[in-house]
Ligand binder design. Structure first.
Ligand SMILES: C[S@@+](CC[C@H](N)C(=O)[O-])C[C@H]1O[C@@H](n2cnc3c(N)ncnc32)[C@H](O)[C@@H]1O
Length: 226
């Protein structure tokens, strides 16, 4: 991967930054959040007290975290690392985590391209979840799409052998682009359909896509064992 990813896959939206979300960011990030740094995180140190995580799942672009919180509540032995740049979304998930007493989510408010590269150790992640990545539908904006070959190769490097990449999008051409890129990477194997335990709750963007008449495409690749 290039030294700095120059073209960002996002534009930071300020929207709906209520007082509650601001307060959550200010008061709760220190408890459930991790600062970006160019050091691999020690995953064992993030484990909820008294538990050893059976699995580590990283979710990229969790939005307001509906899927993350719901899956984390159902799977207390899985550690979820949520990565998002949208401040109001981070405020929302922090408040949910706190109010629901969830202990197996850590949040990183920073560009996922940098976080994955610098903070996630090699072969450390059981699953990457990327639900409704920003589609950048106009052709002139396709270069902003996060899921290009370079980034997919980086994800593969960070996955444990047998680990999975689970992407959902309601943009046909983006789905085709991601599938073709994964098919072209030695080390990925197309293992769709999705195992039942990886199922996700519908998010706001899923409902929006369906309401606008688009179909939801699911992509599931596994890292080969050898
Ligand atoms: C279309 S929304 C989907 C949100 C959520 N997954 C859902 O299904 O409702 C895409 C999200 O990805 C985030 N995002 C885009 N690029 C990112 C990046 N490089 N690092 C972290 N978050 C990113 C955006 O801020 C946005 O919240």
């Amino acid at each position: 991967m290039t030294e700095e990813r120059r073209i960002k896959s996002y534009v930071i939206r300020g929207g709906r930054m209520t007082e509650g979300r601001k307060r959550a960011l200010a008061e709760l990030y220190g408890i459930y959040g991790l600062q970006f740094g160019r050091n691999y995180i020690d995953i064992s140190a993030l484990t909820p007290p008294g538990r050893s995580p059976e699995r580590v799942v990283a979710e990229i672009g969790f939005g307001t975290g509906e899927a993350t919180v719901s899956l984390a509540a159902e799977n207390p032995d899985t550690l979820y690392i949520g990565i998002e740049v949208f401040p109001a979304g981070v405020g929302t998930i922090l408040r949910e985590i706190h109010e629901r007493g969830i202990r197996n989510i850590r949040v990183i408010r920073y560009d996922a391209a940098e976080v994955v590269r610098w903070m996630l150790p090699e072969s450390s992640i059981d699953g990457f979840h990327i639900f409704f990545p920003d589609p950048w539908p106009k052709k002139k904006h396709h270069k902003r799409r996060l899921l290009n070959t370079e980034f997919l190769e980086l994800l593969l490097e960070k996955m444990k052998p047998g680990g999975y990449l689970y992407v959902v999008t309601d943009w046909d051409d983006y789905a085709a682009q991601i599938s073709a890129a994964c098919e072209g990477i030695e080390g990925f194997e197309n293992t769709w359909p999705i195992p039942a335990q990886s199922r996700r709750p519908a998010t706001k963007y899923e409902k929006k896509g369906l309401a606008q008449g688009r179909q939801v495409r699911e992509i599931y690749f596994t890292k080969k064992l050898v």
